[in-house]
Design a protein around this ligand. Structure first.
Ligand SMILES: Nc1ncnc2c1ncn2[C@@H]1O[C@H](COP(=O)(O)OP(=O)(O)OP(=O)(O)O)[C@@H](O)[C@H]1O
Ligand SMILES: [Mg+2]
Length: 239
């Protein structure tokens, strides 16, 4: 197992946003965390990336290392990358500057190597390197957010609702890019989404989270076979 989350609970002050959540992610998985607004999806990713708040109890083990003892920059150095909700861009920075931010702790050679790699993955960005990030389309800004996270050569990429605020045709492109990235590199990913219909075909395994708890987890086929998922997340008519 690459990532083992055991009895994870997460609090904002007295409020328990995530309660007793356990799941495991294997090397090479494209793991989905599905759930509606406020279910606790972002909270789980923040706990894995080491961001505060929330305050966290339980255990998170990454390749045998106890993550809860490690600060966020140490988790990044171990190979955990986060593409945050809402993309979090500095819109006045150029695309080049935004991408380099993802590897600001690294040396020049590392930055050059990874900038080349990211631009090969997202050729649309190569044509716009000196453009202000804020002047890009929503889909291109999402590519910058992916690229920025890939700059630190993650072995586990956490993606928080990359489809948020994008037009349906752009969402399809973004998911196609993620599918291609997974197929070509085998990068392990955890994708948090409300947009289950689009996300589902990408996934190898996943979990459904409801009001801070795991309602269901398993392989894609197991999730798809569940009436709960079919009705609440995949829009089946219950027939
Ligand atoms: N900084 C915070 N302070 C207090 N409560 C918070 C904070 N962040 C989140 N919460 C609460 O924790 C719960 C889980 O929030 P979280 O952001 O993890 O949900 P989510 O599943 O990511 O939802 P969405 O799909 O809307 O992004 C919600 O009830 C939310 O109001
Ligand atoms: Mg969220």
């Amino acid at each position: 197992m690459m990532l083992v989350v055991e009895s994870l609970s997460a609090h904002y002050g007295l409020f328990g946003a995530v309660r007793d959540v356990s799941f495991e992610v294997q090397e090479g998985d494209f793991f989905g965390i599905l759930g509606s607004n406020g279910a606790g999806k972002t909270t789980i990713l923040r706990a894995i990336a080491g961001l505060h708040p929330p305050a966290v109890t339980g255990s998170i083990t990454f390749r045998g290392k106890d993550l809860l003892k490690a600060p966020p920059h140490a988790r990044a150095a171990l190979g955990i990358g986060l593409v945050p909700e809402g993309r979090r861009m500095f819109s006045s920075l150029s695309v080049r500057e935004s991408l380099l931010l993802g590897a600001y702790r690294r040396g020049k050679a590392w930055q050059v190597r990874n900038l080349d790699r990211v631009l090969a993955t997202f050729p649309e960005l190569a044509e716009r390197l000196e453009q202000a990030t804020g002047s890009l389309s929503g889909g291109q800004q999402q590519m910058v957010a992916f690229g920025r996270a890939l700059m630190c050569e993650p072995s586990l990429l956490l993606l928080d609702e990359p489809s948020l605020g994008l037009a349906p045709v752009v969402v399809q492109r973004i998911f196609a890019l993620l599918k291609e990235l997974h197929a070509s590199t085998g990068l392990t990913m955890i994708l948090v989404e409300q947009n289950a219909v689009e996300a589902f075909p990408l996934l190898t395994r996943g979990a459904v989270i409801e009001r801070g708890r795991i309602a269901l987890d398993g392989t894609r086929a197991e999730l798809e076979a569940s009436p709960v998922v079919a009705q609440a997340y995949l829009g089946a008519d219950g027939a």
